[in-house]
Design a binder for this molecule. Structure first.
Ligand SMILES: C[S@@+](CC[C@H](N)C(=O)[O-])C[C@H]1O[C@@H](n2cnc3c(N)ncnc32)[C@H](O)[C@@H]1O
Length: 297
């Protein structure tokens, strides 16, 4: 499958992998102390060791810069609503969950483990998540499913998702859809709508990803890979296309978060170039946006 990405060699981004990048939100620190039982004084060395192992699996910027210790889902304006829904029994699936940080934030905030699941293509990320959060007794292994979202068989009765297929009320894609070009994003969302989410109005797909003020296909900042960067207009147009293809209707909220991708300073600005262009004017600063799509028909 062309969208799948695998480990690549020779990637060197020292500015993303130095220990100076270490950053942990207050919430993650609380969680590591009170949920995982890690001593405050050990958090930094512990986290750096996990980050270094994860970077070797795949050099995502969010890994190098410790974004897995700065939960993204809790910043979505719909966080309170989804937490309430999960506490009332709705099922949540984090797609491209990586170390499972957002899942642990939900559990720490009182979501029952029985309703919370993760899916990722890379089993080693799940293992490292257990190393980091030390919670195998609280969250059994079957809560994580290892597969590509594009695998044709995951939602078959004996496929990787099995019982979860068609039973998820809330799907989450954090820093995931932006790995793909327009067509890959459409295919992933179609799959989520037709085979993973419940077939009722009211179900949700929410997330956070990189976008640009000028939408288009951009070169990845350092990989031989392209992805589609959205603004509000293009994102809503993509959902209209998906609605037409799936015979569904969605109310889509879109919120740009500001100029910097992670708030850690000017040097963190990520600039990408429109695919096929060498023009300075086609360079765009990446901006994160949050979204919530709710099925209305
Ligand atoms: C950039 S990380 C995002 C991690 C996390 N969700 C966050 O918000 O920081 C992307 C994740 O998607 C996973 N991934 C990539 N391609 C995938 C695919 N085709 N199916 C499922 N997971 C995939 C990667 O292994 C990685 O854990």
């Amino acid at each position: 499958m062309d969208e799948e990405v695998g480990p690549i060699s020779g990637v060197s981004r020292p500015e993303w992998t130095s220990e100076d990048q270490f950053y942990i939100s207050d919430k993650a620190k609380d969680l590591l102390v009170n949920y995982s039982g890690i001593l405050d004084t050990n958090i930094r060395s512990y986290s750096v060791a996990v980050r270094d192992k994860a970077w070797k699996i795949f050099p995502y910027r969010c890994i190098g810069t410790f974004r897995f210790l700065d939960f993204s889902l809790i910043r979505n304006p719909a966080y309170g609503e989804i937490l309430t829904r999960i506490k009332r029994g709705q099922k949540f699936l984090d797609i491209g969950c990586c170390l499972g940080s957002d899942i642990r934030a939900l559990l720490y905030d009182g979501a029952p483990a029985c309703n919370v699941f993760g899916l990722d293509i890379e089993a080693e990320f799940i293992n490292l998540g257990y190393d980091l959060f030390v919670d195998e007794e609280k969250l059994a292994r079957h809560h994580f499913r290892i597969t590509s979202i594009f695998d044709q068989t995951i939602t078959c009765p004996d496929g990787t998702l099995g019982d979860l297929a068609g039973n998820i009320d809330i799907a989450h894609c954090g820093a995931f859809l932006h790995l793909f070009e327009w067509d890959g994003q459409v295919r992933a969302i179609e799959k989520i709508i037709s085979e993973i989410l419940v077939q009722n109005p009211g179900c949700l797909l929410l997330g956070r990803q990189k976008g640009c003020k000028v939408p288009g296909t951009y070169n990845h900042s350092f990989r031989e890979q392209k992805s589609y960067g959205h603004n509000e207009t293009s994102f809503k147009a993509m959902w209209k296309e998906i609605g037409d293809r799936t015979g569904t209707d969605w109310k889509v909220d879109f919120t740009f978060e500001g100029d910097l991708i992670d708030g850690s300073g000017e040097s963190s600005r990520l600039v990408i170039l429109k695919s096929g262009s060498n023009t300075e004017g086609d360079r765009q600063v990446v901006q994160n946006f949050s979204f919530k799509a709710e099925r209305v028909k």
